[in-house]
Design a protein around this ligand. Structure first.
Ligand code: FES
Ligand code: FES
Length: 210
Protein backbone atom coordinates (compact mmCIF):
# COMPACT_ATOMS: atom_id res chain seq x y z
CA UNK A 1 0.00 0.00 0.00
CA UNK A 2 1.48 3.33 -0.99
CA UNK A 3 0.96 6.62 0.79
CA UNK A 4 -1.86 7.72 -1.53
CA UNK A 5 -3.79 4.47 -0.82
CA UNK A 6 -3.45 5.01 2.88
CA UNK A 7 -4.58 8.56 2.48
CA UNK A 8 -7.68 7.48 0.47
CA UNK A 9 -8.64 4.86 3.06
CA UNK A 10 -8.09 7.32 5.83
CA UNK A 11 -10.29 9.90 4.14
CA UNK A 12 -13.03 7.30 3.52
CA UNK A 13 -12.86 6.29 7.16
CA UNK A 14 -13.20 9.84 8.29
CA UNK A 15 -16.17 10.48 6.00
CA UNK A 16 -17.82 7.21 7.12
CA UNK A 17 -17.24 8.16 10.75
CA UNK A 18 -18.76 11.55 10.12
CA UNK A 19 -21.94 10.04 8.65
CA UNK A 20 -22.23 7.65 11.59
CA UNK A 21 -21.79 10.51 14.04
CA UNK A 22 -24.44 12.56 12.27
CA UNK A 23 -26.87 9.63 12.36
CA UNK A 24 -26.75 9.65 16.15
CA UNK A 25 -28.35 13.06 16.35
CA UNK A 26 -30.74 12.87 13.40
CA UNK A 27 -34.17 11.51 14.30
CA UNK A 28 -35.57 8.60 12.18
CA UNK A 29 -38.14 10.77 10.46
CA UNK A 30 -35.66 13.49 9.78
CA UNK A 31 -33.74 12.09 6.85
CA UNK A 32 -35.42 11.56 3.49
CA UNK A 33 -38.75 12.87 4.72
CA UNK A 34 -39.26 14.68 1.48
CA UNK A 35 -38.99 18.11 3.00
CA UNK A 36 -35.28 18.40 2.44
CA UNK A 37 -34.98 19.37 6.12
CA UNK A 38 -33.01 17.47 8.71
CA UNK A 39 -34.57 17.19 12.12
CA UNK A 40 -32.02 17.26 14.94
CA UNK A 41 -32.93 15.45 18.12
CA UNK A 42 -32.80 17.69 21.17
CA UNK A 43 -32.51 16.94 24.86
CA UNK A 44 -33.91 18.85 27.83
CA UNK A 45 -31.62 20.56 30.31
CA UNK A 46 -32.38 22.76 33.29
CA UNK A 47 -29.70 25.16 34.52
CA UNK A 48 -29.82 27.81 37.21
CA UNK A 49 -28.42 30.88 35.46
CA UNK A 50 -27.81 33.96 37.58
CA UNK A 51 -30.34 32.76 40.13
CA UNK A 52 -33.07 31.89 37.65
CA UNK A 53 -33.96 28.34 36.61
CA UNK A 54 -33.78 28.10 32.80
CA UNK A 55 -35.19 25.10 30.94
CA UNK A 56 -33.88 24.47 27.44
CA UNK A 57 -34.18 21.85 24.72
CA UNK A 58 -30.79 21.64 23.09
CA UNK A 59 -28.91 19.78 20.42
CA UNK A 60 -26.67 17.61 22.67
CA UNK A 61 -23.59 19.08 20.99
CA UNK A 62 -24.37 22.61 22.23
CA UNK A 63 -21.64 24.04 24.43
CA UNK A 64 -22.49 25.89 27.61
CA UNK A 65 -21.10 29.02 25.93
CA UNK A 66 -23.48 28.73 22.98
CA UNK A 67 -26.39 27.90 25.28
CA UNK A 68 -25.73 31.11 27.19
CA UNK A 69 -25.14 33.33 24.17
CA UNK A 70 -27.35 31.90 21.45
CA UNK A 71 -30.23 30.41 23.44
CA UNK A 72 -30.43 32.59 26.55
CA UNK A 73 -29.08 35.73 24.82
CA UNK A 74 -26.63 36.40 27.65
CA UNK A 75 -23.98 37.84 25.37
CA UNK A 76 -21.81 39.23 28.16
CA UNK A 77 -19.88 35.95 28.07
CA UNK A 78 -17.60 36.20 25.05
CA UNK A 79 -16.42 33.71 22.45
CA UNK A 80 -12.76 34.28 21.63
CA UNK A 81 -11.04 31.12 20.47
CA UNK A 82 -13.80 28.53 21.15
CA UNK A 83 -10.92 26.16 21.95
CA UNK A 84 -10.12 26.71 25.63
CA UNK A 85 -7.14 28.94 24.95
CA UNK A 86 -8.19 32.52 25.72
CA UNK A 87 -10.48 32.55 28.78
CA UNK A 88 -12.96 35.02 27.22
CA UNK A 89 -15.77 32.54 27.89
CA UNK A 90 -15.04 32.09 31.61
CA UNK A 91 -18.12 31.68 33.80
CA UNK A 92 -18.57 30.47 37.36
CA UNK A 93 -20.24 27.07 37.77
CA UNK A 94 -21.13 25.92 41.28
CA UNK A 95 -18.57 28.41 42.61
CA UNK A 96 -15.68 27.42 40.32
CA UNK A 97 -14.54 29.08 37.11
CA UNK A 98 -14.61 27.13 33.88
CA UNK A 99 -14.15 27.79 30.18
CA UNK A 100 -17.72 27.49 28.97
CA UNK A 101 -16.59 26.78 25.40
CA UNK A 102 -15.11 23.46 26.56
CA UNK A 103 -18.19 22.20 28.34
CA UNK A 104 -21.41 20.80 26.93
CA UNK A 105 -24.57 22.45 28.24
CA UNK A 106 -26.11 19.05 28.98
CA UNK A 107 -23.32 18.36 31.47
CA UNK A 108 -24.69 21.20 33.60
CA UNK A 109 -28.20 19.95 34.24
CA UNK A 110 -29.05 21.17 37.76
CA UNK A 111 -25.89 23.28 38.04
CA UNK A 112 -25.71 26.90 39.12
CA UNK A 113 -24.05 29.19 36.58
CA UNK A 114 -23.03 32.80 37.17
CA UNK A 115 -22.17 34.97 34.20
CA UNK A 116 -20.94 38.55 34.17
CA UNK A 117 -24.60 39.65 33.99
CA UNK A 118 -25.23 37.93 37.33
CA UNK A 119 -22.25 39.32 39.23
CA UNK A 120 -23.53 42.87 39.60
CA UNK A 121 -25.86 45.43 38.08
CA UNK A 122 -25.07 48.68 36.31
CA UNK A 123 -26.24 50.61 39.39
CA UNK A 124 -24.67 48.18 41.84
CA UNK A 125 -21.40 46.81 40.50
CA UNK A 126 -19.65 43.82 42.02
CA UNK A 127 -16.49 45.03 43.80
CA UNK A 128 -14.36 43.39 41.09
CA UNK A 129 -16.30 45.19 38.35
CA UNK A 130 -15.91 48.48 40.20
CA UNK A 131 -12.16 47.89 40.60
CA UNK A 132 -11.74 47.20 36.87
CA UNK A 133 -13.46 50.52 36.16
CA UNK A 134 -11.39 52.37 38.76
CA UNK A 135 -8.08 50.92 37.54
CA UNK A 136 -8.91 51.09 33.83
CA UNK A 137 -8.50 47.31 33.58
CA UNK A 138 -9.61 47.11 29.96
CA UNK A 139 -9.29 48.72 26.55
CA UNK A 140 -11.64 47.12 23.99
CA UNK A 141 -13.38 45.21 26.78
CA UNK A 142 -13.77 41.94 24.88
CA UNK A 143 -11.81 39.85 27.39
CA UNK A 144 -13.17 41.74 30.40
CA UNK A 145 -16.20 39.62 31.38
CA UNK A 146 -13.98 36.53 31.41
CA UNK A 147 -11.25 38.36 33.29
CA UNK A 148 -13.68 39.52 35.97
CA UNK A 149 -15.37 36.12 36.42
CA UNK A 150 -11.94 34.52 36.62
CA UNK A 151 -10.65 37.11 39.09
CA UNK A 152 -13.62 36.65 41.43
CA UNK A 153 -12.95 32.89 41.48
CA UNK A 154 -9.20 33.36 41.87
CA UNK A 155 -9.66 35.20 45.16
CA UNK A 156 -11.96 32.45 46.39
CA UNK A 157 -9.39 29.80 45.38
CA UNK A 158 -6.71 31.61 47.38
CA UNK A 159 -9.01 32.02 50.35
CA UNK A 160 -9.77 28.29 50.22
CA UNK A 161 -6.05 27.47 50.10
CA UNK A 162 -6.09 25.89 46.64
CA UNK A 163 -2.41 25.86 45.57
CA UNK A 164 -1.10 27.10 42.24
CA UNK A 165 2.11 26.46 40.32
CA UNK A 166 3.88 29.28 42.19
CA UNK A 167 2.68 28.46 45.70
CA UNK A 168 5.71 27.87 47.92
CA UNK A 169 4.97 26.70 51.43
CA UNK A 170 1.80 24.64 51.25
CA UNK A 171 1.44 24.63 55.02
CA UNK A 172 1.40 28.44 55.29
CA UNK A 173 -1.76 30.51 54.95
CA UNK A 174 -2.04 31.42 51.28
CA UNK A 175 -1.74 35.09 50.37
CA UNK A 176 -3.00 36.88 47.24
CA UNK A 177 0.49 38.00 46.21
CA UNK A 178 1.16 39.54 42.81
CA UNK A 179 2.80 36.29 41.71
CA UNK A 180 -0.20 34.20 42.80
CA UNK A 181 -2.66 36.51 41.07
CA UNK A 182 -0.69 36.67 37.82
CA UNK A 183 -0.15 32.90 37.70
CA UNK A 184 -3.80 32.15 38.36
CA UNK A 185 -4.97 34.70 35.76
CA UNK A 186 -2.60 33.39 33.10
CA UNK A 187 -5.40 31.55 31.29
CA UNK A 188 -7.18 34.82 30.54
CA UNK A 189 -5.60 36.46 27.53
CA UNK A 190 -5.96 40.17 26.80
CA UNK A 191 -5.10 41.08 23.23
CA UNK A 192 -5.05 44.75 24.21
CA UNK A 193 -2.37 44.03 26.78
CA UNK A 194 -4.16 45.67 29.68
CA UNK A 195 -2.46 43.25 32.05
CA UNK A 196 -0.86 45.69 34.46
CA UNK A 197 -4.16 47.48 35.10
CA UNK A 198 -6.03 44.17 35.36
CA UNK A 199 -3.49 43.03 37.97
CA UNK A 200 -3.89 46.32 39.85
CA UNK A 201 -7.68 45.95 39.90
CA UNK A 202 -7.55 42.41 41.26
CA UNK A 203 -4.89 43.34 43.81
CA UNK A 204 -7.07 46.25 44.92
CA UNK A 205 -9.96 43.90 45.71
CA UNK A 206 -7.57 41.44 47.36
CA UNK A 207 -6.14 44.25 49.47
CA UNK A 208 -2.64 43.71 48.09
CA UNK A 209 -0.21 45.53 45.83
CA UNK A 210 0.14 43.94 42.37
FE1 FES B 1 -13.38 29.66 25.53
FE2 FES B 1 -11.43 31.03 24.31
S1 FES B 1 -13.58 31.09 23.94
S2 FES B 1 -11.27 29.74 26.06
FE1 FES C 1 -9.19 44.21 24.72
FE2 FES C 1 -8.56 42.67 26.82
S1 FES C 1 -9.29 44.73 26.82
S2 FES C 1 -8.73 42.09 24.75
Amino acid sequence: MDVSDESRISRRGVIGGGVAAAAIVVSPGGVGNGSGMRTVATMPVSIDVNGERRALDLDPRTTLLDALREHLHLTGTKKGCDHGQCGACTVIVNGERINSCLSLALQHDGDSVTTIEGLGRADELHPMQAAFVEHDGYQCGYCTPGQICSAVSVLKEIEAGVPSHVTGDLSARMQPTGAELRERMSGNICRCGAYSNIAAAIAHVAGEKA
